[in-house]
Design a protein around this ligand. Structure first.
Ligand code: TRP
Ligand code: ZN
Length: 473
């Protein structure tokens, strides 16, 4: 461990202390003397302290969603079956849920007491089942809920949660929108597999993550069942409902590719979507095996959402993307979706690498070289507003330094290593070691120093953490 990294860890540790003190309050004794404590109401994320919950780890979500007729404002009724492992003896625990009414909750089959405050849902299981919520045990929570899902406005003014589109709805969850359509542990550090079933009026498509297991129509309603086998962070979950044209193909390697395209975007997106297999193959050459069991894209209309998002397996685009944006969102399947930030502070690991992937693609396909892209980013004042490792606040997570300066950090590592083959080996090793997991900035800097054998203190101090634009050597 390098001293610079150790210092960073200490600073983070200090930030956690006040919250830990709050969590220590409130022990309860269950029947038969079983003692547990409530799980935390947040995971102390540096940018969103109340996101997620402590005391358990979700392993699986089974979401059964039913959308009424009534178009974009249709009501949603849902059942969430949440399988989780207790990480402490639990007397109570929280789920995050924004809006929607809670109809009933059971934990291990018995009704639980429910308390709501803001987006925190506190569940107190029946004392009969206290033993089943001991540390290390797996327990099941069933939440029945419904209502009109809400749109959530981000700190930066963009919209997420449950959004109306030109011809339907789409659920987008970065960083906090997924709690608008299902209760859960909504922090990127708790990844799980999913079964998502959506019932919609016949004639509409409901497209989600993973692979389509079945599709059944009865009595004028169609149920789509999507299964996500690999771990997924909740902000990457999506459901898009509308008159999408859904097409399934397979790449030459046998990877299923599912695209869902709004009819108005069909003509203008056909050529770029046809390149998905090529982009995936290119990504595998650069970054190693594609991390999921299917790929694809969801293409809405210009004006939907206002931004693209790397929803797992199947990024969402508001209208036909250009190739650079397609490359960016597919690169996130490796950087962000398979290797997911430990906290929102580590966002630059997602965006820096996805931007660097665009630079690499460009160089490999007759566009500006990586060197030129680096030069352009370096010259752009917008990239120097703050260090990528320290966005000033939640409104700054998707600003240029996280992307452009993040990519410059990656390139500076490559320059210091001065051995392209070793650099790409390092990137592939990073992705392999953290595949389907979470990683922090400290994990990254320590990994780079360990594998390269270099002391990169100055690089981190200036390019990653420093306040101003360093001189080029
Ligand atoms: N991650 C998205 C991308 O790079 C952009 C984005 C959408 C975003 N919503 C956000 C970034 C919220 C940070 C916070 O394509
Ligand atoms: Zn991105």
């Amino acid at each position: 461990m390098h001293p610079r990294s150790a210092a960073r860890r200490t600073a983070l540790g200090a930030a956690l202390l006040p919250v830990l003190a709050v969590l220590a309050a409130g022990c309860t004794a269950g029947r038969g003397g079983v003692v547990g404590t409530p799980g935390g109401a947040g995971l102390r994320d540096p940018y969103f302290p109340r996101l997620g919950n402590g005391g358990y780890d979700v392993t699986h979500y089974a979401l059964d969603l039913e959308l009424g007729s009534g178009g974009p404002s249709a009501r949603l009724s849902g059942t969430a079956v949440i399988t989780a492992r207790a990480t402490q003896d639990l007397s109570a625990f929280n789920l995050d849920l924004a809006g929607l009414e809670v109809r009933s909750v059971t934990v291990e089959g018995l009704p639980a007491a429910v308390n709501r405050a803001g987006t925190e849902l506190t569940l107190r299981p029946d004392s009969e089942v206290a033993d089943r919520l001991r540390e290390g045990r797996t327990f099941r929570t069933v939440v029945r809920y419904g209502g009109s899902p809400r749109t959530v406005t981000d700190a930066d003014g963009s919209e997420e949660g449950w959004l109306r589109t030109a011809r339907g709805t789409v659920a987008l969850g970065e960083p906090a929108g997924s709690m608008a359509w299902f209760p859960g542990n909504h922090h990127p550090s708790d990844k799980a597999s999913y079964d998502i079933r959506i019932t919609v009026p016949e004639g509409r498509s409901a497209v989600s993550n993973g692979e389509l297991e079945s599709r059944r129509t009865t009595g004028g309603r169609t149920t789509f069942h999507w299964r996500v086998r690999e771990p997924m962070a909740s902000h990457l979950a999506t459901v898009a409902v509308g008159p999408y044209a859904v097409r399934s193909t397979v790449t030459g390697d046998g990877l299923p590719v599912v695209t869902a395209v709004d009819p108005g975007s069909a003509g203008a997106s056909a050529a770029v979507l046809a390149r998905i297999p090529e982009v995936v193959a290119w990504g595998e050459k650069r970054f190693g095996p594609y991390p999921f069991s299917s790929a694809g894209a969801i293409v809405g209309s210009p004006g939907d959402a206002g931004y693209a998002l790397e929803t797992q397996n199947r990024p969402f685009f508001p209208g036909p993307p250009d190739t650079g944006l397609l490359v960016h969102e597919l690169a996130h399947q490796w950087f962000g979706n398979s290797v997911t930030p430990r906290s929102w502070r580590d966002m630059w690991l997602n965006e820096g690498f996805a931007t660097y992937a665009e630079w690499l693609w460009s160089e490999d396909h007759g566009g500006p070289s990586v060197r030129e892209s680096f030069g352009t980013a370096y010259a752009d004042d917008a990239n120097w507003a703050f260090p990528p490792s320290r966005p000033p606040g939640p409104a700054d997570l998707s600003r240029p330094p996280v992307y452009g300066r993040g990519a410059m950090v990656v390139h500076r590592v490559r320059q210091e290593m001065d051995d392209d083959a070793a650099f790409f080996r390092l990137v592939r090793g990073w992705l392999k070691d953290h595949r389907h997991g979470n990683a922090s900035t400290d994990d990254f800097t320590a990994y780079v120093e360990e594998k390269s054998g270099l002391d990169l203190t100055e690089l981190w101090d200036t390019w990653l953490d420093g306040g101003s634009r360093p001189a080029l050597g």
